[in-house]
Design a protein around this ligand. Structure first.
Ligand code: SF4
Length: 340
């Protein structure tokens, strides 16, 4: 339930409870549901409407306190605070969770101030209401993240993320299922007040990143600041039934982030990757995916002798597996993080 995580962008994973309900296309191949079914004899007993969620053990709940106590040692070794991803087998802001459980979680977060808690949700619209009761606002050591997988979800959810007061905000765009334009939510001036000030010289009147009012104050107390996206994570899908991610979709988001100085982390290709990432001669029949006329065309490439996967600019992807596909985008890793 908790571990020193294998997820690239966190140090620990903590699951206060297990169980959830699918809410969108990003959930179609939910590995947590598959795992839940595996441990329960084939049926995901903690998934779906009406299914009970399972609270994890008291021993598990004690682990973040141990990580918190180990802060000095970790900081001396790494020069930064520990990051805790909560939760990989559930959603903190799931409506079906007993509010008393969430209250206990926020108490734990408040009592572990040496940890940065990364709360990533597919229910970003629930956050203001759920934290307005307990604890009243998000603790300062929370980084609030919204998962989106396509433009439709970006249009629906990013504004909700930006309008929720939080010390750090991030997007996890995984699995990336289509092109996503983030320009409307980036503020290249770094000073946009979202039209809160009566006369504002920071942005042209038609600035595309101005999308509504905010009530957030700058951390230095100098006045209003724009709520910002502090970090963007992109990844492809892994596991059975994984859908391909077009390289240009990932590149485009990387370039958008670079243009405005937003940290970008490329987490993984997932099951499918272009030839230069899969590499090497074919040793078995390889499933292929071609992007053609706005959709994926699937096929197979059968090895003949030492025939290699071809390396070119064509958007042909190969199902070579998450491990082989790795996490290089255009020949390098992208591992940027926001300041803690
Ligand atoms: S929100 Fe996350 S844990 Fe819940 S069903 Fe969707 S992918 Fe699975």
């Amino acid at each position: 339930m908790s571990e020193n995580s294998k997820i690239e962008w966190t140090d620990h994973t903590f699951n206060p409870w297990e169980g959830c309900q699918k809410v969108g296309p990003g959930c179609d191949n939910c590995y947590a549901e598959t795992r839940n079914a595996r441990y329960a004899g084939g049926t995901a007993i903690n998934w779906g409407p009406g299914a009970p969620r399972r609270r994890t053990s008291e021993a598990n709940w004690r682990k973040p306190r141990a990580w918190n106590a180990a802060h000095a040692e970790f900081f001396a070794a790494h020069g930064r605070r520990q990051r805790v991803f909560c939760a990989s087998l559930a959603d903190v802001f799931d409506n079906a969770i007993d509010p008393a459980w969430r209250e206990e979680l926020f108490k734990l977060i408040n009592e572990t101030p040496n940890l940065d808690w990364l709360l990533l949700t597919k229910r970003i619209g629930n956050v203001p209401m759920m934290v307005s009761v307990i604890p009243g606002h998000l603790p300062d050591n929370v980084w609030l993240g919204a998962t989106i997988v396509n433009q439709e979800e970006a249009d629906r959810d990013i504004e909700k993320l930006l309008m929720t007061p939080a010390r750090r905000r991030f997007l996890s765009i995984e699995p990336l299922l289509g092109p996503v334009d983030l320009l409307a939510w980036f503020d290249p001036t770094g000073n946009c007040c979202m039209q809160e000030m009566q006369s504002c010289e920071n942005c042209p009147a038609d600035a595309p990143w101005i999308h509504g009012p905010t009530t957030e104050y700058a951390e230095d107390g100098s006045g209003y600041s724009s709520p910002e996206i502090d970090w963007v994570i992109v990844g492809g899908e892994s596991g059975p039934g994984a859908r391909p991610m077009h390289p240009d979709w990932a590149r485009d988001i990387r370039d958008q982030c670079e243009a405005v100085g937003v940290p970008f982390l490329f987490k993984q290709w997932g099951e499918w990757a272009p030839g230069e990432s899969c590499g090497g001669p074919l040793t078995r029949t390889e499933r292929t995916a071609d992007w053609w006329d706005g959709k994926w065309m699937f096929g197979e490439l059968t090895p003949k002798g030492s025939e290699s996967i071809h390396y070119d600019d064509e958007p042909v992807l190969y199902r070579c597996g998450k491990k082989k596909a790795g996490r290089h985008l255009d020949g390098r890793t992208h591992d940027d993080f926001p300041k803690a």
